[in-house]
Write a protein that binds this ligand. Structure first.
Ligand code: DGY
Length: 318
């Protein structure tokens, strides 16, 4: 099929270059998106596909502005940036990049668990500030042997669970449905899960169904000794309730790869010693990002050649 591909920012230069080497490309600007849509009607009428990441919104207005749009290739496993109802109405299909990033995101979750529970980042600051000579860094709780709850036992959640089990952690989980054939205990709600663990790892998909799933009751169930790790989406955690719980000592620590309004980080979070903050780097390893680029472009090529996607999102794949 002939036509052009719309790149929705932000895209990494490597991904943007690869798309540009293969296709005629139109770049959506970051500011003045509406003006661009109004002023480029002819060029937009040639667009048959979109390449985007979870940080680039593809809303109903954008879908409506592209009369020939047939496919959206999302570089990422989560696709809460895309208005699926608008796509369904127009018959636009959507692909994501499952499986290839499980190990990288699981590593990030493990890193955040170690960094928060063992206070590794605080310990680094302690050494750099020259405080070691004045006395020892305080003892910390251990991760091995502790109880970890996985909120969302999908592919990534299962990878995290298996790594933690290998470290001697006692793993349990909550998902919308009990997952058959796992060795891990099932909790019937997020609050029940949090009440029975020392650490809670959030790995459910973002979107309206999980908005503020981790709220004050869940944080209080985790309690003053508890650690929260979020590698899912900022929207899944009530960030105001999280800051209050940490400030008031009702929660022990938090390791966050994702935030409510990325890339903006409230000062209230930055000021808390017991919080470890990452700039949404869950999948950001060289190997994994190369595999994600490949799968994104393979999906696009497959749809353009045969009308089929390799990894369609389940909601639109029937
Ligand atoms: C994704 O791909 O959706 C994740 O956020 C990567 O970290």
């Amino acid at each position: 099929m002939t036509g052009s591909i719309l790149c929705v920012p932000p895209l990494s230069p490597l991904l943007r270059d690869e798309v540009g080497r293969r296709y005629d490309v139109l770049d959506l600007p970051v500011p003045d998106r509406d003006a661009f849509l109004a002023e480029n009607v002819e060029a937009l009428s040639e667009v048959v596909g979109i390449v985007c990441t979870n940080a680039g919104p593809v809303d109903a207005a954008l879908v409506a502005a592209l009369p020939r749009l047939g496919v959206i290739a999302n570089h990422g496993v989560g696709y809460d940036n895309i208005d699926l109802d608008a796509c369904r109405e127009r018959g636009v299909v959507v692909s994501n990049t499952p499986d290839v990033l499980d190990a990288a995101v699981a590593e990030t979750a493990l890193g955040l668990l170690l960094a928060t529970r063992r206070r590794l980042v605080e310990a680094d600051r302690f050494v750099r500030a020259g405080r070691w000579a004045d006395g020892e860094f305080p003892l910390t709780p251990q991760l091995s042997g502790s109880r970890v709850g996985i909120l969302g036992l999908g592919r990534i959640g299962r990878t995290i669970a298996d790594l933690l089990a290998a470290m001697g952690c006692v793993v349990s989980y909550h998902s919308r449905h009990e997952v058959p054939g796992t060795p891990y205990a099932y909790a019937r709600s997020a609050t029940e899960l949090a009440a029975g663990v020392d650490n809670l790892v959030v790995v459910v998909p973002g979107g309206p169904a999980t908005e503020a799933l981790v709220d004050r009751p869940v944080l209080d169930a985790l309690g003053p000794g508890g650690v929260l790790v979020n590698v899912a989406r900022g929207s899944v955690v009530d960030q105001t309730a999280l800051v209050e719980a940490l400030e008031q000592g009702r929660l022990g620590a938090a390791g966050l790869d994702v935030l409510a309004d990325e890339p903006h980080v409230p000062a209230s979070l930055r000021e808390l010693e017991q919080v470890v903050l990452l700039p949404h780097v869950g999948s950001a390893t060289e190997e994994t990002r190369a595999a994600m680029r490949r799968l994104t472009l393979d999906n696009l090529a497959s749809w353009l050649d045969s009308g089929r996607l390799l990894t369609p999102v389940p909601e639109l794949s029937s």
